[in-house]
Design a protein around this ligand. Sequence first.
Ligand SMILES: Cc1ncc(C[n+]2csc(CCOP(=O)(O)OP(=O)(O)O)c2C)c(N)n1
Ligand SMILES: [Mg+2]
Length: 369
Amino acid sequence: MAQPEQRDEVEMLAMMLLIRRFEERASQQYQAQKIGGFCHLYIGQEAVVAGAVAATRPDDYLITAYRDHAHALARGTSANACMAELFGKVTGCSRGLGGSMHFFDKANHMYGGHAIVGAHVPLAAGMAFASKYRKEDRVTLCFFGDGAINQGGFHEALNLAGLFKLPVIFICENNFFAMGTSVKRSTSLKEIVDRAEGYDMPGEVVDGMSFREVRDKLGEIIASIRKDPHPAFVEARTYRYRGHSMSDPASYRTKEELEKYREEDPITRLRAQLSREGKLTNEQFDKLDKSAKEQVMASVKFAEKSAEPPLEDLYKYTYVGDGESGVAFEESSERTTVPARKTSARGTASSKNNGDSAEPVATRSRKKA
Ligand SMILES: Cc1ncc(C[n+]2csc(CCOP(=O)(O)OP(=O)(O)O)c2C)c(N)n1
Ligand SMILES: [Mg+2]
């Protein structure tokens, strides 16, 4: 495979096709009631994640919100594991317990899939803090929507990232709507990118419908961060062709607006660029598309015949150390996870061991429940 920081464009076009075909099929399977819960499609926005991933190394960290299918696929999670997750099957990338909004793939450094708007932005700052602390030259890519930029945690995370010079790129996928609310009606700033100034980090606007523009700009920023860690902010202007989720007919926008963006379709655009430059024939494109469709069809079959998670796994990954079930902290006293959920109301919590304690969680004494 090519060096990750200069990945082959035809390979990345194939990736965008896989993402597009995967989601078209997911939409159909959702309508056939094979997929439950929420399901948010990324169709139209593919150049953002593909461009960003093309500029990174596989060991860089990635975290995103709930519109996450593309981010997992771009990072190398198989279509099988993604489709099985949508179907709620045990072979899914989150063992069938996460669903559409909670894809996760530790091996490929894809750390979710997070449903609460903006809640993962502080996690990204933590991940970047960890790599800087360990003196690793990884970069964290944190994707979020235009709806996240007014959340409290977002501001706290950007402040710390600016203060500690953390190696993280905050990538706002500005598709101009948060559910049905236009960004013009939710945000005091005219330009989202101006958020960067408040936190002393460079900010850039990129055309999120252009694979090459996203990749090249991200490439420059990443090279600068690897040399000398610092945060950066990128506003990628893009568009989702579908509604917010499967149940949204998107009647808050005009057909003309949608058509305008479809004319700039990121897949059509990269295909045209490559064929103009003699790097891709129509036959080669058709072959890539056929292969994407076949992978997706195979993933549906795989998901259909996979088993559901066993019922006893239902609560298994919900909390570490649930005092009720008596499994609190049996493994190790080294863990840095939250202590057993005991409350003073039940007369079991130590007065020291509450949220106001100045003592770091990791050093508090742990007793078995
Ligand atoms: C804290 C919080 N408030 C409200 C919601 C409900 N909600 C789900 S998605 C969404 C809109 C987010 O839009 P944006 O960040 O622009 O992302 P996009 O859907 O456009 O990708 C809202 C308000 C939520 N999940 N979390
Ligand atoms: Mg949005």
